[in-house]
Ligand binder design. Sequence first.
Ligand code: NAD
Length: 495
Amino acid sequence: MSDIALLPQVEAFLRRPHALFIDGDYLASEGSQTLDVINPATGQVIAQVSDATCDDIDAAVASSRRGFKQWSQTAPAVRGHVLLKLADLLERHREELAQIETCQSGKIIQISRAFEVDQAAHFLRYYAGWATKIGGETLTPSLPSFAGERYTAFTLREPVGVVVGIVPWNFSTMIAIWKLASALVTGCSVIIKPSEFTPLTILRIAELAIEAGLPAGALNVLTGGGQVGKGLIEHPGTDKVSFTGSVPTGLAVGQAAMGAGLTRATLELGGKNAAGFLKDVDPDVAVNGIIEAGFLHSGQICAAAERFFVHRTQLEPIMDKLARRLGQFKIGSPLDESTTFGPVANRPHQQKLGECFAKARAQGSTIVHGGHLIDRPGCYVEPTIILAHRRDAALLHEETFGPVATFFPYDSEEELLELMNDTPYGLSASLWTNDLSKALRMVPAIAAGTVWVNMHTLLDPAVPFGGSQSSGLGREFGSAFIDDYTELKSVMIRY
Ligand code: NAD
């Protein structure tokens, strides 16, 4: 097959000069610096965006403060309605948004449609439902009455203020939607700082948000590099940062937030997630599970598994079957609907994966399948299976964030748990078995924010998600996000 034709509106959008989105419209940057947006499937520059300056940051924050004043006073039902309307608009512009996303990130078009648009709309609708359900409690104070007086108390949930949402490149639309929906539904205003590699789709979504009825200033989008995110966190006019990205950047963000006068921080970081296969698992089920856990979107998913622990007796059959399946992947253009495996998202990431392969070889690990960059235009990498021979092998400890499954055998279930927990991180993990009773006994022993059983990677807006240990602070989704986007005010009354 061949590439689908880009819609005329996508061609036109890519050709436009891209300004910053401030106060409900595009505003030219105060500076002249721009950043190239490169299609990782071809290596070609497809657009240029502004690299926001300090003056632009000031303008966006001033607009967001005005936006906060208005939006926080908007009735909850209206806030929910605007988010529902935005979800409808995402679906109405499904193909346009999916194509823009695929051009900037290299994500295969089916994943852009299903996750970046359909799932994003699903999450938006889930958050919209919370608009009318966020409230406080009525409390009975514990103080004794000294002279016949009485006490009562209640709590209020108040929006924290101006939120800075800093987004990585792997799911640039869906993660931006998680952040803007959490902020807007609680009555906060929000400034999204997309990744410098994937800044385009959110600019188009900001236009749709205005069409959905969002007031100017409730959502601003500032494009640029890491210094723009840092400038926003350190700005005295912002109140909270919600960051998703790598562990080293997350640590810098957390420190900057504390240094900026205890700016609230939610940190969704990476890690080195494990999948443990108990001895009873059918090898075919295991192989499907490994593909779901490690190779969806070329492994560029924070929750994806990178360490695979298999009982020693099953190691060879599972790796053989997996290698055969990876060999059947159709590697090609992400705009070709028959492609099942596209490029990784950018050149630095491709190079980093090349270094991971070199390190694995240097340490004596066996490359069972793949293990090379692909020699063609764009940023392609082979889907790879590595067998580590030492527990301290680098690829059992360092995040690759790519299509690289590293295997290690175990003999006993105690050893399996030890191996799974041998990491300072704790974002996600999965156990695969037909013995649910055994799985439920093992779950509490696994250090991770999410533990899946017989599944991996799929996130649901109703189920809280976030990292334990060095994988982050705070939770998104469920009702858990409300704590992070609101201040709890206590009111006590004597009568
Ligand atoms: P990154 O940390 O390099 O960048 C993330 C964002 O932070 C970008 O927008 C970047 O411009 C910005 N940034 C960089 N330096 C900054 C600074 N000093 N202050 C403020 N902002 C700064 O991450 P990435 O390479 O874009 O994304 C991949 C990483 O994201 C992986 O480690 C992955 O595990 C992680 N991730 C985590 C989750 C999660 O929910 N836990 C989800 C997706 C990705």
